[in-house]
Design a protein around this ligand. Structure first.
Ligand code: SME
Length: 160
């Protein structure tokens, strides 16, 4: 049964993450194909939180190349150290951008995007992909998002 349970409107973001984590674990535990798992994870995150854009960029050929995502058409290739995604890759850490217009070098795939979080997915000390989430609201990401999205990033590497 691969249906993601959506919660009612008056639950907190943390409640949503807490209920989503075991569901994601169950969803990807029987599948070892990375792209298939990233596709379902991007769908689940979009469905539960309604973020403007949720997706993955995969490290390939020395750059980030667009992978599974949910949302509008996006840039396909990002260089090491460029934009929020390339910076999270280079610095091997999560980056929260409360206002994308104030981030030097931000790559605007859509003018609707106002804030962003990028979480690196690290396997044996190397970044293999990044999870990028964009919101059409300013200041939409905080430490709760970072905490749980990093847990999701760990889940991904333990199943790839
Ligand atoms: N804004 C990102 C590029 C990817 S899109 O937002 C989907 C960046 O600066 O890396």
């Amino acid at each position: 049964m691969h249906h993601i349970e959506t919660s009612s409107a008056n639950v907190t973001k943390e409640d949503k993450y807490k209920s989503l984590l075991p569901q994601l674990k169950a969803l990807i535990s029987g599948e070892d194909d990375l792209v298939a798992n990233l596709a379902n994870i991007s769908s689940a995150l979009k469905e539960i939180f309604g973020f403007f854009w949720v997706g993955f960029y995969l490290v390939k050929e020395g750059q980030l190349i667009l992978g599974p995502f949910q949302g509008t058409v996006a840039c396909t290739r990002i260089k090491h150290g460029k934009g929020v995604c390339g910076t999270a890759w280079k610095e091997k850490r999560t980056i929260i951008v409360p206002n994308v217009d104030a981030f030097p070098g931000h790559i605007a795939c859509s003018s609707a995007s106002k804030s962003e979080i990028v979480v690196p997915i690290i396997l044996e000390k190397e970044v293999i992909a990044v999870l990028d989430i964009d919101s059409d609201l300013l200041n939409d990401f905080e430490s709760t998002d970072q905490y749980y999205l990093e847990k999701i990033a760990e889940l991904i590497v333990t199943h790839s």
